[in-house]
Design a protein around this ligand. Structure first.
Ligand SMILES: Cc1ncc(COP(=O)(O)O)c(C=O)c1O
Length: 375
């Protein structure tokens, strides 16, 4: 049996350990320190965001975005339905009401027409508008962000960009995560680069990030005796973890290049199979191709391919089950057009780690083809 092939394992650059050692040598093991400051600087420089705050997770970053934008109890928050739970769980933390918007087939991400129709309808009727939209750029590919940004601005809806999976992806040269009022990135274990676990919140608004910084360390006011006028969280990234982040940021450009090469290898071979389609890339956008994702022919169930790959010790995964179809959100409202349901029932994510060799990809492709011809 071959060595297990994981979906998206960590891929260290080489300097991470040295930056962790720096923290040990200075004894800034905790709480904050040089690594955290430099990691935040790298994120700002790379993405073009004016301010950045390093946190324990992407989910924590979304939670803080809601808090500092003043979104709370009973407020309605719209969100992409085709996303991972971490995008939207913070809506529930704040006792807000989710409203899900489906995808379009040109981007697989949020459908701007559905969003615009819903907001326009409400505006004509004089009904309440949502406070915010949490928009996800899934699998590293850009949503129709320029249109979505304009729609949110027109209707006065805060835009929070969930760029957890899309660090480094750009639309018209601008980084995902920097179009909205606030944006987040995840450095969870299987992301394009990882700190083992972590997240960053970005914004061009200094006050929002300052407030989030305050909330992320238990909202301590400036007094030696720990004074509190509001409650916060223990959400700050540690100086050890940020050392890994520093090393990983140094290799991000290479990692994106390799993920895109891996996508091309899959596409070149599997595109010829009738009925297979790959996640698109919008014009003027540049995705990071975090995971290569595709739709299988209608007569092939993703589960049968996944199980076959598993027999060969290869990890793959269904596409995210949309939020509107989750038992947790059975009572939620939304604009649902069936696109994300089809993506879920026909789609699969293939191993895409940047450390995979061309031989590995060729082996995965032939394992898939072997199953397809047997059906
Ligand atoms: C789309 C999306 N949103 C949010 C998150 C949450 O990030 P984290 O796991 O760092 O909390 C993730 C990843 O895990 C994700 O893929």
């Amino acid at each position: 049996m071959n060595q297990r092939i994981f979906l998206s394992p960590p891929h260290m650059g080489g300097n991470e350990q040295a930056y962790i050692n720096e923290a040990f040598q200075s004894n800034y093991i905790a709480p904050l320190g040089h690594n955290v400051d430099l990691f935040e600087e790298q994120i700002k420089e790379y993405t073009g965001a004016k301010y950045a705050l390093a946190l324990i997770s992407g989910t924590a970053a979304i939670h803080l975005a809601l808090r500092v934008l003043g979104i709370k109890d009973g407020d309605e928050v719209m969100a992409s339905t085709f996303t991972f739970i971490g995008s939207v769980a913070p809506i529930l933390y704040e006792r807000c009401i989710p409203f899900f918007i489906d995808s379009d087939s040109t981007s697989w991400n949020l459908d701007p027409d559905l969003l615009e129709e819903e907001l326009a309808k409400r505006s004509v009727k004089g009904s309440k508008q949502p406070k915010a939209l949490i928009l996800t750029h899934l699998y590293g590919q850009c949503a129709h962000i320029l249109r979505i940004q304009a729609i949110c601005q027109h209707y006065g809806v805060y835009l929070i960009e969930d760029a957890a999976e899309s660090l480094g992806a750009t639309m018209a040269g601008q980084h995902t995560g920097t179009f909205g009022d606030m944006g987040i990135y995840s450095f969870n274990g299987n992301k394009i680069i990882t700190t083992s676990g972590g997240g960053v919140l970005v914004s061009d608004d200094a006050k929002l990030i300052e407030h989030a910084r305050h909330l992320s360390t238990q909202a301590r006011d400036a007094a030696a005796h720990y004074e509190h006028t509001e409650y916060g969280y223990n959400y700050r990234m540690s100086n050890i973890i940020a050392g890994i982040g520093r090393g990983q940021m140094e290799v991000l450009t290479e990692r994106i290049k390799r993920r895109r090469e891996i996508f091309t290898l899959y596409k070149t071979e599997l595109d010829q199979v009738h009925g297979i389609t790959f996640m698109p890339e919008l014009e003027t956008s540049y995705g990071n191709r975090w995971l290569t994702t595709l739709l299988l022919p209608e007569n092939v169930s993703p589960e049968c391919i996944r199980a076959h790959l598993e027999e060969h010790n290869i990890e793959s995964r269904p596409l995210w089950k949309p939020m509107h179809a989750q038992p947790l959100f059975k009572d939620a409202n939304g604009c649902i057009n069936g696109v994300s349901d089809t993506l879920f029932t026909q789609g699969i994510c293939l191993p895409s780690g940047s450390s995979l060799r061309n031989n590995d990809i060729e082996m995965i492709i032939s394992t898939i083809k072997q199953k397809l011809v047997s059906l």
